[in-house]
Design a protein around this ligand. Structure first.
Ligand SMILES: *Cc1c(COP(=O)(O)O)cnc(C)c1O
Length: 380
């Protein structure tokens, strides 16, 4: 294997720059003993709501918690259906299942890889309660038709914005368009904690209050439990770290977009490689920069040989996982999603990736694709 290896993600490069400030912020939480919830969490919630252009943000334990609590707040009945996509991380579907619902997967747009709004209407049944579009890789789903259909059919829209901190759709920040936006602060996300954390955004006062109670054992006030909730509070230490990082997020997202432009340009005329499409009116946050390439696994192996680490998001679409076999989907059920899963390849993408490294990644990808002889054309 060639050295040096270009990493897929390097968090230490991000954290070394502000190590002392992180330690000081964590020190303040220790001095206040405000570890579970508390004032630092409230401060972060205010900052994050402002960032997303919503009235409220509620800090929780993870992005999975956020999705699950959003669905609990809708009071699903057992067997209620929630329309979503299979081109996502499993958590989107898990939240539906554990809230008592049944995920109904529809196919994605072949170009943006987000929910295809044209397929929503025929998936609606009398049991449908909500729609969860996923802002995959940091590009928001086509929200206008989704919101319009949801309103017409009386359905709630929950944005899975776990990959889309700072993304925009026609001027609207991710998390500001649905009844809820659900965010993850898993360490590798565009805004990452030093552990697990997540948040919901909403501008609905009642829904915000409902989540605040649910995440804290259903307590309206201490030891007065109005309902069965759960422990889904955010840690004070995570809030302190996130609060420190948030002001830098727009700059980091800008750097990601610059790296993306570099990749776009360097790969524009590379036969067989399809670079990501940014839909008109969308600002992409490039949590993931995924190209499409035939013979994806061979290309990834060749890149590893050439010292470039890559990722696959995601190799098995949710409807074909063992976990969801019981729902009865088969290979062929969601053809666009299945082709996407077979052909996407994520290139190194993080704000500290040097432009020279990105140039190398693009050059090695071109080399790898050209070397693999008789590579068939993309299937779409
Ligand atoms: C990361 C992620 C989640 C889950 O977030 P966690 O904080 O890891 O629980 C959900 N949906 C998508 C699309 C994600 O990328």
């Amino acid at each position: 294997m060639k050295t040096p290896t270009i990493p897929f993600l390097d968090l230490s490069a991000l954290h070394q720059a502000h190590r002392d400030e992180y330690l000081a912020a964590i020190g303040e939480v220790i001095d206040q003993s405000a570890f579970a919830g508390g004032p630092v969490v409230s401060q972060f919630e205010e900052d994050f709501a402002r960032f997303c252009g919503t009235r409220h943000a509620i800090g929780v334990g993870s992005g999975t918690d956020a999705l699950w609590l959003a669905l609990l707040a809708l009071d699903l009945n057992p067997g209620d259906e929630v329309i979503t996509v299979a081109a996502t991380f499993l958590a989107t579907a898990e939240a539906i299942t554990w809230a008592g619902g049944r995920p109904v997967f529809i196919d994605i747009d072949p170009v943006t890889y987000t929910m295809n709004p044209a397929l929503i209407e025929r998936a609606i049944t009398p049991r449908t309660r909500a729609i969860i579009p996923v802002h995959l890789y940091g590009q928001m789903a086509d929200m206008d038709p989704i919101l319009e259909l949801a309103q017409r059919h009386g359905l709630a829209v929950i944005e899975d914005a776990c990959q889309a901190h700072g993304a925009e759709y026609k001027g609207h920040p991710a998390g500001s368009l649905g009844a809820f936006g659900c965010f993850s602060f898993y360490p590798g996300k565009n805004l990452g904690a030093f552990g697990e954390a997540g948040a919901l955004t909403t501008s609905d006062e009642q829904l915000a209050q409902k989540i605040a109670v649910l995440r804290n054992h259903g307590q309206e006030r201490k030891y007065h439990h109005s309902q069965v909730g759960w422990n889904a509070r955010m840690d004070g230490i995570q809030a302190a770290v996130l609060r420190l990082k948030l002001p830098e997020l727009p700059y980091h997202n800008r750097l990601r977009r610059e790296i993306a432009r570099l990749y776009d340009t360097a790969l524009a005329d590379c036969p067989h490689v399809q670079v990501p499409h940014v839909a008109p009116g969308c600002v992409h946050s490039y949590h993931v920069y995924a190209v499409r390439v035939p013979e994806r696994d061979r290309v990834a192996a060749a890149l590893a040989e050439r010292g470039v680490s890559t990722g696959i998001h995601y190799p098995i679409p949710v409807h074909l996982t063992d976990a969801y076999r019981a729902l009865g989907y088969r290979r062929g059920s969601l053809p666009v999603t299945e082709r996407w899963a077979a052909e996407v390849l994520s290139l190194p993408m993080f704000p500290q990736l040097a432009f020279a490294q990105a140039e190398t990644v693009a050059a090695e990808l071109r080399g790898a694709v050209e070397t693999l002889n008789a590579i068939p054309a993309l299937t779409s």
